[in-house]
Design a protein around this ligand. Structure first.
Ligand code: NAP
Length: 255
């Protein structure tokens, strides 16, 4: 038997990762690079991306605000022009709206849906058109959340929960529509992970204790604990997985 770990490698593959300037996206860029991929790292903070690119083999920066259709188009086009193909897209950029639904401004709700859901659809569509033409399949990974399955209150985030729920079912829909092109579409549903998104909550006593109380493993995740599921979905090791959302949540959704 040949080495089964070989199928987790991404040699020769080209991956776009959004939200790569920090947290899960930055970690994923380093992860993919370490197993042979070329990575186009996208986000708004270009300085952070340049630093990542300078420190990591085969990672290039592409400044991109995913709420801009033109930026999304430029990201896909630039990747194609520079590297000639797109094999993996990780829709990871995300923001939250920590406010009670009763008080939320409609514009803020719209903004979160735009970043966390609509941009994922548009980038998936743009990438799938390329992948379809390449005729060698592809993998799209949407970073959703446990709050795509269960509500978030008392850690209120109404737009976030709505967007992530939408993203989980969009994942199923795109998987069904694009299976005929060999494009797999899956999602990850992390529980609480220590990143810039959660640092205030985790630093605060009540937030951290709430996470510990509600997570069966009694702690938030470290970013590297998503590596296994991310690589499984991105690589040929996951070649028969599509339409799935894998929870990496310390047991949160098992309740
Ligand atoms: N941390 C958690 O507990 C947790 C749990 C479940 C799911 N998630 C999901 O994981 C993903 C990554 O979050 P994280 O925890 O790693 O948080 P993070 O460190 O705050 O990273 C968020 C990333 O999204 C990017 N981003 C935000 N708005 C953007 C925009 N308009 N255009 C382009 N990029 C944008 C940010 O980059 P710039 O500011 O430079 O643009 C940043 O790189 C998100 O989708 C989040 O919902 C996180």
């Amino acid at each position: 038997m040949s080495d089964p770990l070989q199928s987790f490698r991404l040699d020769g593959k080209v991956a776009i990762i959004t939200g790569a300037s920090s947290g899960i996206g930055e970690q994923t860029a380093k992860l993919f690079s370490s197993v042979g991929a070329t990575v186009v790292a996208a986000a708004r903070r270009a300085d952070r991306l340049e630093k990542l690119s300078a420190e990591t083999t085969n990672v290039v920066a592409c400044a991109c605000d995913v709420t801009s259709d033109a930026d999304c188009e430029n990201l896909v086009q630039t990747t194609l022009e520079q590297f000639g193909r797109i094999d993996v897209l990780v829709n990871n950029a995300g923001i939250s709206d920590p406010i009670a639904a009763i008080d939320e401004d409609l514009e803020e709700f719209r903004r979160v849906i735009q970043v966390d859901l609509i941009s994922c659809f548009y980038l998936a569509q743009l990438s799938a058109k390329i992948m379809k033409e390449q005729d060698s399949g592809g993998s799209i990974i949407n970073v959703a959340s446990i709050h795509g399955f269960v509500g978030s209150a008392p850690n209120n985030q109404p737009g976030y929960s709505a967007a992530k729920g939408g993203l989980v079912n969009l994942t199923r829909e795109l998987a069904l529509e694009w299976a005929r092109f060999g494009i797999r579409v899956n999602a990850l549903a992390p529980g609480y992970v220590a990143t810039e998104l959660t640092d205030e909550m985790i630093a605060g006593d009540s937030g951290r204790k709430w996470i510990e109380r509600n997570t069966p493993l009694r702690r938030p995740a470290a970013v590297h604990e998503l590596n296994g599921a991310m690589l499984l979905l991105a690589s040929d090791a996951g070649s028969y997985i599509t339409g799935e959302t894998i929870a990496v949540d310390g047991g949160w959704l098992a309740r």
